[in-house]
Design a protein around this ligand. Structure first.
Ligand code: NDP
Length: 251
């Protein structure tokens, strides 16, 4: 946990960073924060109006011009990911980071009542889509001198909890995939892959999962950005295949 990390203003200068689920919650804040530290951000998500609002905010602050990439992980095909890689290759020629942040909660419900279609949907958005997107983007990541890939985990991706179903399983798969890919790219030295658990954070997803909780007791997405910046930027070089927390553990 690097919650006390103080990033330099130009920490991410000249870096091209893709953020998934950039229209809302933690992803929106991360995209803004990366741009404020000098990055050119590619805003990926499924609701174009939300991406446009983030785009406008970045432009209004006079930060490096971002790009919008509309994509819905449900229904996205391998061809979509390869087309995306081609577009980004033409535009930027490399990728210096990916924050895999888009996520779907599914339902908190006893397993015996879990709807199989919803289960598949959650696995698609939280792990299968991101995996194939990463495969398509690997050549762009290896074209960077110093690339950081961050997968978003959860406390239920480290210890299972009753009723969390596909969401928990998708986060365990995320942790497993990070270990596999990190081991494969270790020899490169220029590409690292780690997992990051944001911890309880004041967003719409958290509100859905814990409707009775007072959101004001939770840290905001802004408050957890130091760890995100540290892990995306050069100060975390040499860390590969590790699990990080964005804030000190709470329930
Ligand atoms: P939000 O629900 O606020 O935001 C999720 C983002 O993912 C939204 O931008 C959403 O787009 C996008 N998204 C959802 N489905 C798809 C899809 N099919 N295709 C593309 N984009 C999609 O969640 P948080 O900000 O809270 O969560 C961000 C990440 O952090 C998730 O991976 C979550 O699992 C993880 N996390 C969050 C915690 C918390 O306390 N908040 C705790 C532990 C982990 P749209 O806005 O268009 O729906």
């Amino acid at each position: 946990c690097k919650i006390d990390y103080l990033p330099s203003g130009d920490l991410l200068a000249d870096r091209v960073i893709l953020v998934t689920g950039a229209g809302d919650g933690i992803g929106r804040t991360a995209a803004l924060s990366f741009a404020r530290h000098g990055a050119t951000v590619i805003l990926l998500g499924r609701t174009i109006a939300k991406l446009e609002a983030v785009y406008d905010e970045i432009e209004a602050e006079g930060l490096p011009q971002p790009a919008i990439f509309p994509l819905n992980f449900e229904g996205a095909s391998l061809k979509d990911f390869h087309d995306m890689a081609e577009t980004l290759d033409k535009e930027f020629g490399r990728l210096d980071g990916i924050l895999h942040n888009a996520g779907l909660l599914g339902r908190i419900t006893p397993f015996e009542q879990y709807n199989p279609e919803l289960w598949e949907q959650v696995m698609q958005v939280n792990i299968n889509g991101p995996i194939w997107m990463t495969q398509a983007l690997l050549p762009l990541l290896t074209a960077s001198k110093d690339a950081s890939v961050i997968f978003t985990s959860s406390s239920v991706g480290r210890r299972g909890r009753a009723y969390w179903g596909a969401y928990a399983v998708s986060k365990f798969a995320t942790e497993g995939f990070v270990e596999v890919l990190a081991d494969e790219v270790e020899h490169l030295g220029s590409l690292r892959v780690n997992s990051l658990n944001p911890g309880a954070t004041r967003t719409a997803m958290r509100k859905t999962a814990y409707p009775a909780e007072d959101p004001m007791t939770l840290r905001t997405p802004e408050a957890i950005m130091p760890t995100y910046l540290w892990l995306m930027g050069p100060d975390s070089r040499g860390h590969n295949g590790e699990k990080f927390d964005a804030q000190p553990a709470v329930s």
